[in-house]
Design a protein around this ligand. Structure first.
Ligand SMILES: [Fe+2]
Length: 226
């Protein structure tokens, strides 16, 4: 094939309605997860939860590597309302030897809340410090500071979380390209995903699961008991 013909075909393919349509439909299909799709006989179905997360990754363009699905931790924190509150995470690293560091990616469905929590001193005397780089979508990061919740009426704290409340009320609107650090080590924090959902990279010094505490008692009991 002549070079000019090849260039013409390539340009046509790139600008074809099919190619453009695929891009737009990927964005337009960012629907919130429906509980009926992730519960079996009233119980949260982890595999169905993973289906929803994999679809989110596909939709937002996250690179799906072979180990992703098996390595995903997915939970509704026992609330029975994964559409409103839950989290999926994939841990890449969490080590203390030779210098402590942690990296995990977090996946939030559209309009899904990550429950308010804080970190006590954990393994090796380390209290988790962390921050979030938004890769895709948008997340509202809640924590200590001046109450600016009135500026974000789109944030709906679900009833299943402290009867629709949080104890911290300062929100940072985190978008791709931004990095939002925890306001202060040891303080409470939470997140709420935007209408497309959110995929974030969380970096930290060290994560100790048993040192996590949640503001909602039922969520806390489920997390520590699970
Ligand atoms: Fe945290």
């Amino acid at each position: 094939m002549k070079r000019r013909t090849l260039l013409k075909k390539t340009a046509l393919a790139a600008a074809s309605p099919l190619a453009l349509g695929m891009f737009h439909s990927r964005r337009a299909s960012a629907a919130a997860v429906r509980n009926k799709d992730v519960y079996t006989d009233g119980k949260f179905d982890v595999e169905k939860g993973k289906d929803a997360i994999m679809a989110l990754c596909e939709r937002l363009g996250y690179h799906i590597f072979p180990e992703l699905r098996d390595g995903l931790w997915v939970s509704d924190y026992g609330t029975g309302q994964f559409d409103k509150l839950g989290l999926a995470a994939y841990s890449f690293a969490n080590q203390s030897e030779g210098g402590a560091f942690m990296l995990m990616d977090l996946f939030l469905m559209p309009g899904q809340m990550l429950p308010e929590h804080w970190h006590l001193e954990g393994d090796h005397g380390i209290t988790k410090n962390e921050g979030w780089a938004i890769r895709w979508g948008k997340s509202y990061v809640g924590g200590v500071g001046e109450n600016n919740m009135a500026d974000f009426p789109q944030i709906k704290i679900p009833k299943c979380h402290c009867n629709g409340t949080t104890t911290t009320h300062h929100v940072v609107e985190a978008k791709p390209g931004s990095f939002t650090p925890l306001a202060k080590v040891g303080t409470r924090h939470w997140q709420f995903a935007g209408p497309e959902g959110a995929i974030l990279s969380e970096v930290a010094n060290l994560h100790t699961g048993s040192a996590v505490r949640h503001s909602d008692k039922a969520v806390n009991d489920q997390f520590l008991g699970g």
